[in-house]
Design a protein around this ligand. Sequence first.
Ligand code: NAP
Length: 433
Amino acid sequence: MSIKVAVIGSGPSGFYTVDALRKGEKDVQVDIIDRLPTPFGLIRGGVAPDHQTTKKVARVYEKSALADGVAYYGNVEVGRDVSIEELKDMYDAIVLAVGAPRDRKLGIPGEDKTGVFGSADFVGWYNGHPDFTNLSPDLDTSTVVVIGNGNVAVDAARVLVKTDEEMTETDLADHASDAIQASPITDVYMVGRRGPIEAKFTNVELREMGKLDNCVPVIDASQLPDTVEGEWSDRDLRLKERNLATMKEFPDVDPAGKDKRVHFSFYSKPVEILGGDKVEGIRMENTKVENGRSVGTGEFFDIECGLVIPAIGYLSDPFPGVPFDADNGIVVHDEGRVGDNIYAVGWIKRGPTGVIGSNKPDGDIAATQIFEDVSEGSKPGRDALDALLRERNVRVVTYQDWQTIDAAEVSGAKPGAPRRKFVTIDAMVAALD
Ligand code: NAP
């Protein structure tokens, strides 16, 4: 009998696991369960709306979703519609591919003021993720501070300063497009607690900042070293040299006719968010890097701003019924094995690092482990899940349903745009009626 596998989460790590299972040596039936009607996780809700080429990987995932033996159960939440205990009774193996949807906290005073939005929430908002449709950040400010020097920080800064025209061929959510274009934002500070060499953004993303229609990068050339010092792998050294070369070109970008600026502010860490109930500024401490770590110098400065976006990394949520390592924000596992025939892949296993393709090895490992641990299927799988969800009146969104939603989004797109996203679950489901 085929091995019945439930993959919880339909982002890259989930789909690479499905792919590896399908290509494996044993007969499998794989059900992909996602709490949203829409598949693809961060491809839809995390990858920047102006990075449509990156999103094309979803076409590869689609082949897996439509393959024999694979089914998609969208709009089904584990813990609400079906419990992990019930899934354990139904499936020979369960793969957790639920990512890291929560923002890491700064842990500084004032972090709970109105106007502080972690990047998970803020990116979700501009990407039309239904959880964040009503976030309504007040963009009525000239100045925004984005904390962090990773690719997510660059994404958030860029989306805030691009023109409407530059965003034409994107699927930026309408509510975000309206708010950004109506906003008087002129200055975005991207602050890094370490230096330009330690920054984590990659070169393609960095270079984009020098090619914007109405925005110039501002960088203090005295913060840029002549060469990349320190011990790095060959790959990291190449990346850092490319980044340094790009940053050295930034002072030459002509600011004529450009109304906006993204300030690269290195060696500064946030110590307090200032204001009353609402953000009015941020207090930063100058830093130096010692043994790779950021160390405060005891000198402080303030930046007046009306919006603060910490883009300092993500955490996973504890998964009901599964042991959780709260310090690291991941499930407790041994090389991906969680126990009880449960396996972890992607960010809930490794933490929030790497690019989309970094999830592929996780999928391969999980499939190998499942084939090692389960000699043959003995559970009912899909038949049992269908019966239970029917009994509970759960409105399952199948992959064919998603294709209907997808077609409605595509046909509703403005000229040039790939789609106009539905931004609530009700609207997605209504598109099926
Ligand atoms: P990230 O690359 O880990 O960057 C996090 C940044 O936040 C770092 O600069 C880090 O500084 C800083 N930080 C952490 N804690 C801080 C604190 N308490 N105070 C001040 N700064 C703090 O994370 P990310 O940007 O969220 O990206 C997550 C992953 O997704 C990355 O692997 C990224 O490359 C990937 N991604 C890729 C793309 C793309 O390829 N276009 C787009 C988006 C995301 P330190 O270095 O000093 O710790």
